[in-house]
Design a protein around this ligand. Structure first.
Ligand SMILES: CC(=O)N[C@H]1[C@@H](OP(=O)(O)OP(=O)(O)OC[C@H]2O[C@@H](n3ccc(=O)[nH]c3=O)[C@H](O)[C@@H]2O)O[C@H](CO)[C@H](O)[C@@H]1O
Ligand SMILES: [Mn+2]
Length: 369
C-alpha cells in the first residue's frame, strides 16, 4: 500500500509539472501572438500614412535636386519684372513742369515714365492702334515722311492700322516698308474747296469711320495731322481712354489768353474764366468709344454752327477744346508730343521732341490762300 501511495503522489507531482509547463507555454505563446498583432497594427498604420507614396507630389517638386536650391528659386528672374530703374520713387524726376492735372490725369513728359516698364505692361496685350491721317489735295506730299518716321517711332511693338483718307489714292506712296503687324488702308474722301473745310470735316468722317469699320479691329485710335514728323518715341505711354495734347504755343499762357472761341454765337464758345489747357487738334485719341463720342459731338456742333453761318476761330480745334473742358482727358500729352518746328529746339523744359509740325508754305499747299 505504501508503494501505491508513492505512485499516487508521483503522479500528482507529474500532473502538476505538466500543468505548470502548459501554463508557461501558453503564456509565452500569447505574448508572442500579441507582439505579432502589435507589429501588424504598426505596419498597417505606417502604410496607411504612406498610401500616396506612388503619387510623385514630393518628387516632382524636387526634380531639380541636383541644382542648388537658391537657383531653382530664382528661375523666374528671367521673366520680365515691372520694375522702375528709379530706386527712390518719392523723389520727383520733373519739378519744372506740371505732371498731373487737378483732376489727377497724368501729363506725359520725358522722365515721368520708364519706357521699359510701359512696354512690358502693354506688349503682351495684343493691342491694335487705329491711326487716322488725312492727305487731301496737295497734302499728299507730307505722307512719305509722316509714314516713314512713324514706322521708326510710333507705337513700335504694337499693331498699327493706318487709315489714310485722301481724294488721290494714287498719290499715296506704295513703297513705304511697314513693320510686322502694321497695315495701311486707303479711304477715298471728297475734297472740299476751303482748307478750313477739309480740316474740320475730319471730325464727321472719323466718327462715321469709327462707327462703320474702325471699331471692329482696334482697341485705341489716334487722329493725327499729316504735316508732321516723328523724331522720338511715341509709344503706349500715350494710350488712355481720352488723350489730348497741350498746344506748344500756349502752355505758358494763362487761360484768359488761350485762343478759345469767345463768341457766344458758336457752340464752341468758352467764357474767359473757364478752361484748363489749350489743346492742339494735331493729335488726339483714346479708346474707340470715347473718341467716337468726341468726334460725333464735335461734328454735330460744327453742323449747328454751319446752320447759323458761323465757323469757330480755329475750326474743329475750337470744338475739340470745348468738348475737353466738359469731358476731361484721362491723359495729357506734353508739347513734346505736338511740337512745332517753327518754335525751334531751345525750350529748356522740352527734353525730347517726339512729334512735330513741319514748316510748310501755307500759301502753296492750301487751297484758298
Ligand atoms: C498754327 C496753326 O495755324 N494751327 C492751326 C492750323 O493747323 P495746321 O496748320 O496744322 O492745319 P493744317 O494745314 O495742317 O490742316 C490740318 C490737317 O488737315 C488735313 N488737310 C488740310 C488741308 C488740306 O488742303 N488738305 C489736308 O489734307 C491735313 O491732314 C492737315 O494736317 O489749322 C488747324 C485746323 O483748323 C487748327 O486750327 C490749328 O490750330
Ligand atoms: Mn497741321
Amino acid at each position: 500500500m505504501p508503494i501505491r501511495r508513492e505512485h499516487f503522489l508521483l503522479s500528482l507531482v507529474m500532473a502538476g509539472v505538466m500543468v505548470l509547463c502548459w501554463l508557461v507555454f501558453s503564456n509565452c505563446a500569447s505574448v508572442s501572438l500579441n507582439q505579432v498583432h502589435h507589429q501588424v497594427v504598426q505596419n498597417h498604420r505606417l502604410q496607411s500614412k504612406q498610401a500616396n507614396l506612388m503619387e510623385p507630389v514630393l518628387q516632382s517638386k524636387q526634380a531639380n535636386l541636383m541644382e542648388p536650391v537658391l537657383q531653382s528659386k530664382q528661375a523666374n528672374l528671367m521673366e520680365p519684372v515691372l520694375q522702375s530703374k528709379q530706386a527712390n520713387l518719392m523723389e520727383p524726376v520733373r519739378t519744372d513742369v506740371l505732371t498731373v492735372t487737378p483732376w489727377l490725369a497724368p501729363v506725359v513728359w520725358e522722365g515721368t515714365f520708364d519706357p521699359q516698364v510701359i512696354d512690358e505692361a502693354f506688349m503682351s496685350q495684343n493691342l491694335t492702334i487705329a491711326t487716322t491721317v488725312f492727305a487731301v489735295g496737295k497734302y499728299t506730299r507730307f505722307l512719305r515722311d509722316f509714314l516713314e518716321s512713324a514706322e521708326k517711332h510710333f507705337m513700335l511693338g504694337l499693331d498699327v492700322h493706318y487709315y489714310v483718307f485722301t481724294d488721290m489714292p494714287d498719290d499715296v506712296p506704295d513703297n513705304v516698308t511697314l513693320g510686322v503687324g502694321r497695315l495701311l488702308s486707303i479711304v477715298r474722301v471728297p475734297k472740299f474747296d476751303r482748307w478750313q473745310e477739309i480740316s474740320l470735316r475730319r471730325m464727321e468722317i472719323i466718327q462715321t469711320a469709327i462707327k462703320d469699320y474702325i471699331h471692329q479691329g482696334a482697341n485705341y485710335i489716334f487722329c493725327l495731322d499729316v504735316d508732321m514728323r516723328f523724331h522720338g518715341r511715341v509709344g503706349p505711354e500715350a494710350l488712355g481712354r481720352l488723350v489730348a495734347a497741350i498746344h506748344p504755343w500756349f502752355y505758358m499762357y494763362p487761360r484768359s489768353q488761350y485762343p478759345y472761341e469767345r463768341r457766344t454765337v458758336s457752340k464752341a464758345y468758352i467764357p474767359q474764366d473757364q478752361g484748363d489747357f489749350y489743346y492742339q487738334a494735331n493729335i488726339f485719341g483714346g479708346a474707340l468709344e470715347d473718341v467716337h463720342r468726341l468726334t460725333k459731338t464735335c461734328s454735330e456742333h460744327l453742323e449747328v454752327d454751319r446752320s447759323v453761318g458761323v465757323e469757330a476761330v480755329w475750326q474743329e480745334e475750337s470744338h475739340l477744346n470745348w468738348y475737353l473742358v466738359r469731358n476731361k482727358p484721362t491723359k495729357l500729352l506734353s508739347p513734346e508730343y505736338v511740337w512745332d518746328d517753327a518754335k525751334g529746339r531751345d525750350a529748356k523744359e522740352i527734353k525730347l521732341v517726339r512729334f512735330s509740325s513741319v514748316i510748310k508754305n501755307k500759301a502753296e499747299v492750301r487751297e484758298n490762300l
